[in-house]
Design a protein around this ligand. Structure first.
Ligand code: PMP
Length: 322
């Protein structure tokens, strides 16, 4: 999906023009994948635009940075406020996708980099529609199990959302698209279902919801966590357990979750129809619950909706270098 450029980007503490948010070609992250990042959605609600689990995303980014001894030279609150500022400055009140990134910049060129060097840090935001296609949310998508496995435990840590991890996701997605599928699902090195290239996976069997545990080489998705909480609040049973590949073919329903993919039904796996081949009733119920958060029909009992036009953030005092 082509990216729709916005006007400004928060770049190391100041707002610069979109075109001016550049880095040196010898930036460490470009060579070794040493970046950590997030994807956050902004939704329009009856009470104004909100960042969905904005603070949780920023906290996850700090945890990812911790794994790689990457020092983000701001407290998390500064980045939360800066995300809101980018939305306001670019007038993206109708909904957007925010991409904060922290990375090892230009400096030492050794593999480890210097853990004492402050990370470079940027936040961009742009308008973004449905990641897995407009009809995907309603009709479901066709996926395949990839011939590429997910990163093994104790190799590249799956729980850290680092740039380098996405080499695995790139291979999974490229293969899936080449073979005519919308998305690829990776197994872990034990052969159990792990996750999609950029989404967590759920399946429904006999009314019970199953999803792989965090030890299955997945990213602990915040949408995954939200869906688990929403499902349990509806009285549905959710179990985190290892999923053998063939359960994908037998399941009544399969769906993917992620910031970009939101809650997307899967209608076939490896060209084998899942259930009725249409969005299943449990998936639809969970979609209604999830999207209901943004039209007010689901009450936000967890404090996930963080107002973009928050009066306490108005003095962010961010220098503008335009
Ligand atoms: N797994 C991977 C590999 C991802 O890139 C993403 C997207 N961040 C997810 C799962 C879903 O995570 P979240 O719901 O926090 O966006």
């Amino acid at each position: 999906m082509p990216l729709k450029a916005s006007r400004t980007i928060w770049h190391d503490g100041e707002l610069v023009r979109w075109e001016q948010a550049t880095v040196h070609v010898l930036s460490h992250a470009l060579h070794y994948g040493s970046s950590v990042f997030e994807g956050i959605r902004v939704y329009k609600t009856p009470d104004g635009p909100v960042g969905f689990r904005l603070t949780d995303h920023i906290e996850r980014m700090y945890n990812s940075a911790r794994v790689y001894q990457l020092k983000i030279p701001y407290p998390p609150e500064t980045l939360v406020a800066a995300c809101k500022e980018v939305i306001r400055d670019n007038d993206l009140m109708e909904g957007a996708y925010i991409r904060p990134i922290a990375f090892r910049g230009y400096g030492e060129m050794g593999v480890a980099g210097n853990p004492e060097d402050p990370a470079r840090c940027s936040i961009a935001a742009w308008e973004w529609g449905s990641y897995l296609g407009e009809g995907g949310i309603e009709h479901g998508v066709d996926v395949c199990v990839s011939s590429w496995q997910r990163v093994a435990p104790n190799t590249v840590p799956a729980l850290a959302k680092a740039g380098g991890n996405y080499l695995s996701s790139i291979l999974v997605t490229l293969e899936a698209r080449r073979l005519g599928f919308t998305e690829g699902i990776a197994l872990n090195t034990e052969g159990f279902v792990s996750e999609g290239a950029g989404e967590n996976l759920f399946l429904v069997q006999d009314g019970k919801i199953h999803t792989p545990p965090v030890a299955a080489s997945i990213l602990a998705g915040l949408t995954r966590d939200a869906v688990i909480k929403l499902a349990r609040s509806l009285g549905l049973e959710v179990v985190e357990q290892h999923i053998p590949r063939e359960l994908l073919y037998i399941a009544d329903e399969v769906f993917l979750t992620g910031t970009a993919a939101e809650v997307t039904p899967v209608r076939s796996v490896d060209r084998i129809t899942v259930g009725s081949g249409k969005r299943g009733p449990v998936t639809e119920r969970l979609q209604n619950e999830f999207f209901g958060l943004f039209d007010g029909s689901t009450s936000d009992r967890w404090g996930w909706l963080e107002p973009i036009l928050d009066a306490s953030d108005e003095q962010t005092d961010c220098p503008v270098a335009l």
